[in-house]
Design a protein around this ligand. Structure first.
Ligand code: QAP
Ligand code: CO
Length: 184
């Protein structure tokens, strides 16, 4: 297993539209395992391949409290959605910023699992929001795109400054394996 570098907004690579996966092989399973380790280490509840510069439609999610119920979604798609819900969202690629986003509250989705089987399921609440957030990443979309351009520019400028001055105490904690590890 390996920890992957997480891209930070406004990195243009976060705007990539990821390619569908054709058949689940061991190389893809290794990428999913590396993504899961990276997400647990961050820590986060969801991570899309686009965020770690992998051009494939792969998502890992774990919204469980014990962090022992990983979900591996390959080529995930929303088939149907209902309702509306406002939830405070964050993103490992937008470290330190949380804003309320409105999305459908219930979804039916389809994906291929780690074993190559097609699954179809319904879900709501946090998991439904997380799946929609991660599918957005595969299409080059970020939760900040749902905010006003004023809020988005504010976040962009702060993150650009934080990346120029990684020791600024006002800046969000750096993310990923490239960041400094004070304990090491
Ligand atoms: C997407 O996000 C999500 O700013 C997953 O400093 C989030 O795991 C969907 C994180 C909320 C629905 C609701 C963010 C970690 C993790 C940060 C994440 C940070 C450290 C975000
Ligand atoms: Co995200």
């Amino acid at each position: 297993m390996a920890r992957l570098n997480i891209l930070t907004f406004p990195d243009p690579r976060l705007r990539n539209h990821a390619k569908p996966v054709d058949g689940v092989d061991d190389a893809t399973r290794t990428q999913l395992d590396d993504m899961l380790e990276t997400m647990y280490e961050a820590p986060g509840i969801g991570l899309a391949a686009t965020q770690v510069n992998i051009d494939k439609r792969l998502v890992v999610i774990d919204v469980s409290d014990e962090r022992n119920q990983p979900l591996f979604l390959i080529n995930p798609e929303v088939l149907e959605s209902r309702g509306e819900e406002s939830m405070e969202e964050g993103c490992l690629s937008v470290p330190g910023f949380y804003e309320t986003v409105k999305r459908p509250e219930w979804i039916r989705y389809r994906a291929i699992d780690r074993d190559g089987n097609t699954i179809e399921a319904e879900t709501e609440g946090l998991l439904a929001v997380c799946i929609q957030h991660e599918i957005d990443h595969l299409d080059g979309k970020l939760f900040v795109d749902y905010l006003s351009s004023l809020k988005r520019q504010r976040i962009r400028k702060k993150l650009e400054k934080a990346q120029r001055q990684p020791d600024d105490p006002d800046s969000p904690a750096p993310q990923g394996p490239d960041s400094s590890h004070p304990s090491l």
